[in-house]
Design a protein around this ligand. Sequence first.
Ligand code: ATP
Length: 234
Amino acid sequence: MLTVKNIDVFYDDLQVLWDVSFEVRKKEILVLIGANGAGKSTIIKTVSSLLIPQNGSIEFEGARLDHRPPHEIIQQGIVHVPEGRRLFAEMSVEENLIMGSLYGEAKTKRFDTMEHVFELFPRLKERRKQMAGTLSGGEQQMVAIGRGLMSLPKILMFDEPSLGLAPILVQEIFEMIRRINAEGVTILLVEQNVIQTLAMCNRAYVLENGRIILEGTGTALMENDQIKEAFLGI
Ligand code: ATP
């Protein structure tokens, strides 16, 4: 569905991704894991066209995506739930959700989609008029996911959705990601929460210092000695 081939990405003259290649298959949950600073967010930002690769290519359903503006990437159905949620703190839950449905079909179907988001997250329905900045961390993460769904994504990309959340909420958010996937949305998930994400994904790639060093199914990687040593402390 999405093919990233041999991308090199820089911040000014500082290279942070080297020859990164991976593919996302339709309807799967694909995970990119790696330590702090490995380049996970940079990959997501590059797929979203917030960064332009210096070399290599990104293709979605057979057409080139790199060098297209970010709003076109969203219109293609590739939607980013950013790290830190990035909500409009002074706007209500409802207004934040609407910000995810600015174009095309997402705009015309906006109110039906919002009802669906409220079915998934009943708590957001209760709090639809509340300012986003006054919500708890878990609720804010729900708004960020809901806003992503409002764009009618084919691929939903999550950048560390568990960051800063209590373990019980992390479970809830991961359960929601599984449910969204079961409804037919392909998932690209970036995480440091290695055990839980390997357990829930179909496949994973491991990133180290800007390079992909391993790939495999979640179950195979959980048995991998390098992974056990680096991430699981075994
Ligand atoms: P984390 O899990 O800590 O978010 P990450 O794997 O997502 O880490 P990135 O945020 O992609 O890592 O960062 C990769 C490298 O790029 C790091 O060395 C980081 O310091 C650097 N970097 C990230 N953003 C910028 C920027 N705007 N300007 C310069 N360097 C940056």
